[in-house]
Write a new protein. Structure first.
Length: 234
C-alpha cells in the first residue's frame, strides 16, 4: 500500500474518543493532510507549510519519543493539548444505555493543569522545533458503571469524551512564553510555597511547574527556602 493510500486507510484512528477527532477537525485548514505518514510515523495533521500537528488528549509521555525524534530530524512539531475548563458528566445505564444522570464536574482545569502531564515530558519545553499549544475547552464525558473499568474507578468505564466548545488558546514557543507563567504572577526567587500562593495553585502544583522549568534549564537553584529550594531565572 502506498503512503497516500495508507493515510486514507485511517491509520491511527483506533481507540480514539470523539474529542480527538473533533479537535483535529477544529484545527484543520485547507490543504492540510490528516493522518499522514511522516518518517513512518502517523501524524494527526501535516500543514501545507510542513508543520506537523499532534493532538494529544491523553498522556503527553506517550508521544514524547515521537515528537522529539521528529524535531531532532528538523521538523517543526506543534503539540496541541486540551484542558477542560468545564466538563459535563453523563452517566448511562449499563444495561439499557439510557441516560441516567447529568451533572457538572466540580473540577475546573486551568493553564497550570498542563504541568500535571508535562512533568513526565518536560523536554518539550526546551526542545528546538517544538511548540506546545493549550486549548481551554468545554467538554462532555460519558461513563457507565458496567464493571469493566479499573478497580480504582469503581468499575466505571469511559464511553466517550466530546468537545462542546473551544474557549481559548495559549501557545508556548519560546522560553519567554513559558516563563511568563511565573513572571507575571510572582517576583523571584521562587519556591513552591511562595509561587503556589502567588498564583493561587497551591505548593504541590507549583512544585511540578518549577521541576519542569528546572529540567528544561529555564530556572536554576538559588539557595534554600526552609526545607525546599529557591529558584531564579537561569
Amino acid at each position: 500500500m502506498g503512503s497516500l493510500a495508507a493515510e486514507r486507510a485511517g491509520i491511527n484512528l483506533y481507540s480514539e474518543y470523539s474529542l480527538h477527532a473533533q479537535l483535529k477537525e477544529y484545527l484543520a485548514r485547507p490543504g492540510d493532510r490528516l493522518e499522514a505518514l511522516v518518517e513512518d510515523k502517523v501524524i494527526d495533521l501535516v500543514r501545507a507549510d510542513g508543520e506537523l500537528v499532534e493532538v494529544q488528549t491523553g498522556h503527553l509521555s506517550q508521544i514524547k519519543a515521537k515528537v522529539l525524534g521528529l524535531a531532532e530530524r528538523g521538523y517543526h512539531v506543534r503539540v496541541v493539548y486540551p484542558v477542560s475548563a468545564t466538563r459535563e458528566l453523563r452517566r448511562l445505564d449499563p444495561v439499557t444505555q439510557e441516560l441516567r444522570s447529568t451533572r457538572r464536574s466540580p473540577k475546573h482545569g486551568d493553564i497550570y493543569s498542563l504541568f500535571d502531564e508535562l512533568i513526565r515530558a518536560p523536554e518539550f519545553i526546551a526542545a528546538p522545533g517544538v511548540i506546545v499549544e493549550v486549548l481551554m475547552i468545554r467538554s462532555v464525558e460519558t461513563k457507565t458503571r458496567d464493571g469493566s473499568g479499573s478497580w480504582w474507578r469503581k468499575g466505571d468505564r469511559t464511553i466517550d469524551k466530546e468537545l462542546v466548545e473551544v474557549l481559548a488558546s495559549r501557545m508556548f514557543q519560546s522560553h519567554d512564553d513559558w516563563l511568563a507563567l511565573i513572571l507575571e504572577g510572582a517576583p523571584p526567587p521562587w519556591s513552591s510555597s511562595s509561587l503556589g500562593e502567588a498564583l493561587g495553585i497551591g505548593a504541590e502544583r507549583a512544585r511540578k511547574l518549577l521541576y519542569c522549568f528546572a529540567r528544561a534549564g529555564l530556572i536554576a537553584e538559588a539557595g534554600k527556602a526552609g526545607r525546599g529550594k529557591n529558584y531564579r531565572r537561569a
